[in-house]
Design a protein around this ligand. Structure first.
Ligand code: NAD
Ligand code: UDP
Length: 314
């Protein structure tokens, strides 16, 4: 297959490029390098089956491809709130442009959606059938609502134009190649711990998330893209079901580093979801997908990566 990965120089996108190339596909990574970096794809540049195109998905692009993975969008709150109007444009115009491309060349398209479309959920764990509890006018809305519209566009192109669409709702995923200054909790805690700084816990640390290691997530994306069963256009949650509080995460990291970690408490950001955990029954039943990497193993690999790129903690 000829495959385009938007956001291909980002954290998840670069791992997806690796996996697609290992599966012997030809890959075009499209990225404007807002939060992504050439370093993530350095090892791929120069390969005959890989091409990098610096491009903003807000603008249309003409390519001949069989599959489109639309991952372009800043994912960390500090990055998507840096220019919220641009975040909305990236999700909405990006989805429109990629769907237009999919329609023209009859490509299959997968949209990276997010657990954030459930907002601060009142159903726990979250099933795909849950419509969510999202603030339309808060600081997280540019991301949450942008992704909700991207899902709407996928479904409308599917119903109206017969485009072969896939929607994956990704829950918190971590691993090597998260940017050092990414701002998400796993990379923040690891970098702070390696630099022997205090770990910044927002709120009292009792809020929960489920952390999925990147390799498991990428496997889920490939399974959904190649799924040949019924209702392939329906959203699928991909995420770990091992629910942890931020205090648990500090403890897990302390166990790996073999020392007690100092923490400092900071105010909880507005609209920060209290609890989050996916119901992954659909992914299990349709895709035969399950997580394979326990938190401590995934964290160890991520710590090793950050040791290599930060000089800290050596
Ligand atoms: P990331 O910030 O590392 O990657 C996003 C990539 O998109 C970057 O390379 C960035 O430069 C690029 N990009 C941003 N705006 C662009 C634009 N206008 N045009 C072209 N490229 C643009 O984040 P990530 O964690 O790799 O996230 C990838 C995708 O997965 C995003 O769509 C995100 O919303 C989704 N997602 C990720 C998670 C997670 O936990 N990692 C959770 C839910 C959803
Ligand atoms: N968080 C934290 N300290 C940090 C960064 C984040 O306690 O340095 C908290 C944040 O408030 C949230 C959780 O960790 O409750 C996950 O945050 P992240 O930004 O990683 O993901 P999201 O909130 O988008 O799920």
């Amino acid at each position: 297959m000829r495959v385009v990965v938007t956001g291909g120089a980002g954290f998840l996108g670069s791992h997806l490029c690796d996996r697609l190339l290992a599966d012997e596909h030809e890959v075009i990574a499209v990225d404007n390098l807002f939060t992504g970096s050439r370093r993530n794809i350095d090892h791929l540049l120069g390969r005959k089956d890989f091409e990098f195109v610096r491009h903003d998905v807000v603008e249309p692009i003409l390519l001949e491809v069989d599959w489109i993975f639309n991952l372009a969008c800043p994912a960390s709150p500090i990055h998507y709130q840096y220019n919220p109007v641009k975040t909305v444009k990236t999700s909405v115009m990006g989805a429109l442009n990629m769907l237009g491309l999919a329609k023209r060349v009859e490509a299959r398209i997968l949209q990276a959606s997010t657990s954030e479309i459930y907002g601060d959920p009142q159903e726990h764990p979250q099933k795909e059938s849950y419509w969510g509890n999202v603030n339309t006018i808060g600081p997280r809305s540019c991301y949450d609502e942008g992704k909700r519209v991207a899902e709407t566009l996928m479904m409308d192109y599917h119903r109206q134009n017969g485009v072969d669409t896939r929607i994956v709702r990704i829950f918190n995923t971590y691993g090597p190649r998260m940017a050092i200054g990414d701002g998400r909790v796993v990379s923040n805690f690891i970098v702070q711990a390696l630099k022997r700084e205090k770990l910044t816990i927002y709120g009292d640390g009792s809020q929960t998330r489920c952390f999925c290691f990147v390799d498991d997530l990428i496997d889920g994306l490939i399974r959904l893209m190649t799924y040949a069963g019924d209702n392939a256009y329906e959203p699928v949650n991909i995420g770990n079901t091992d629910e942890r509080s931020m205090n648990d995460l500090v403890a897990a990291l302390g166990e790996i580093l073999g020392r007690k970690l100092d923490v400092e408490y900071k105010p909880l950001p507005l609209n920060d979801p209290v609890r989050r955990k996916p119901d992954t029954t659909r992914a299990r039943q349709r895709l035969g997908w399950e997580t394979t990497v326990p938190l401590l193993d995934g964290l160890r690999k991520t710590v090793d990566y950050f040791r290599g790129v930060t000089d800290a903690g050596k």
